[in-house]
Each structure stands twice: as structure tokens, then as C-alpha cells.
Ligand binder design. Sequence first.
Ligand code: BTN
Length: 260
Amino acid sequence: MTPWDIADRPRRRVGRGLELHDEIPSTNDRARELLAEPDGEGRAVVAEVQTAGRGRRGRTWTSPGGVNLAVSVGLQPRLSTGDAWQLAAAAALAAWDACNRFAPVTLKWPNDVVADFDGAKVGGILIETTLDGERVAEAVIGIGLNLNWARRDMPAELAGATSLAELAGGPVDRGEVLDGLLDALDDEIVALEAGHTPRDRYRAACSTLGREVELETGEGRIHGRAVDIDERGELVLETSDGTVHVASGEIARLRTAVPA
Ligand code: BTN
């Protein structure tokens, strides 16, 4: 019996088999390698410790062994490059769904899972894609969730982070979270490939909308009120200079909007 004894359900696209590692550089790298192997597509790669775990925007992803979840899945999705952003939204919704079974969480654009209560980060998603002209040739979906990591044990640089156990008021069953996540991700990917965009459900789960935000983009900071996610997955901001659509960035500050 390991913490990862998950239900033996036939999944269609994601979680068809599970590969467990005590230690590995990055589950995303292993999931990409698996795409070159027969039946490697959709296999979930889970590691207790990653020695080179990656986050978004070139950051390191830190997580001690035995308490959290680091999982990746490689896919050759039936998806056009223009719709590639939907993979991140779908993965975020799956993580949101799996976590919400234990404690209330929401999504912070683009794809952080955060505490509903105070916006502290529970987890994040790193999607790495290889494009082939107009289609997504390969995509690796990597999800890191803080599950039973006590806030007092987190390093100082993770001051804005929390864990699902902190929110739930007690330890969560990591296998149950993984099981729920793979089920939800499988459903999301099947829906996506059938042409159903996750946009409306993503908007409903995204607590960034309606807030005043300060967004760090490659070209500097933008301040405005987040009002929508457009059909390309871009965050729509109302700023003093008009409406701005932002494709990628990092929310540096987030405030509840003062009602007009
Ligand atoms: C972020 O919030 O910056 C994204 C974090 C993604 C971390 C996960 S853990 C599993 C997978 N393997 C990695 O190296 N990164 C992702």
C-alpha cells in the first residue's frame, strides 16, 4: 500500500497507467520522454521529490517528499495552436475540482490554485508544448499541489503559499486527490478534443475577475480592473488608457475592486 493506490478505472486520455518515482529531476521531462514510447501517452508520472522541478516563468518548483503532489502527463492532443491556451485552463479546472472536494479554492489567472479565503497559493500548473504549424504536436501538463505541507515548514520565500491540509483543517489523502485530479483531467481533455471550450467554466472559477490587479508582463507593469478572459485565453483589463488584452503575465498585486 502506497499513498498513491488509486482506483483502477479505465481512463480515456489521462491517467492510463501510473509511474511512481521517489526522486526524479522533473516529472515534466519524464512525461515528455514517455511520449516516444508505445502507450506512454497519458501515463501519469508522479514523484515524491524533484531535483529540478520547474515552475512558470523560469522559476524553481520546491516541494519536500512525502507531503505534496507533483504529477505530469504527456499528450499528443487533437488541438490547434490557437486553442493551446485551453489546455492550461482545462488543467487548472481539473486541479480546482480535485482540491475543492477538500477545501474551498479558486483559480488565479492564468492557472494558480489559490485559497478562496485569502488567495494564498495551493498549487500551480506548467504546460510545455511543442507546436507543429497549426497544431499542438505534444503537450506536457505538469501540476504541483501543496497538500499536507504545514505552513510553518515552508521556506521563507514561499510566504504567500499554503496547502490544502491547512485549508481543510487536517491532512488530506494524497491518493484521493490524485485520483480525483486524473478523473477530472481525463474528462477535461476528452471535452476539449471534442471541441468544447472550458472558457465559461474557467471564468466562473477565476477569482481574478472583478478585481483590481497589478500585472507584471514582459514589457512592464499594467494596472487595471480584470473584467474578462477572452476567446484566446487573454486577461482583459480595464485600465486608465482603455481596454487591454494580456496574453501572459504574473499578477503582482490583487485587490478586491471597490464597487463603482
Ligand atoms: C507554477 O506555479 O509556477 C507552476 C508549477 C508547476 C510545478 C509542477 S510539479 C510537477 C511538474 N514538474 C515540474 O517540474 N513542474 C511541474
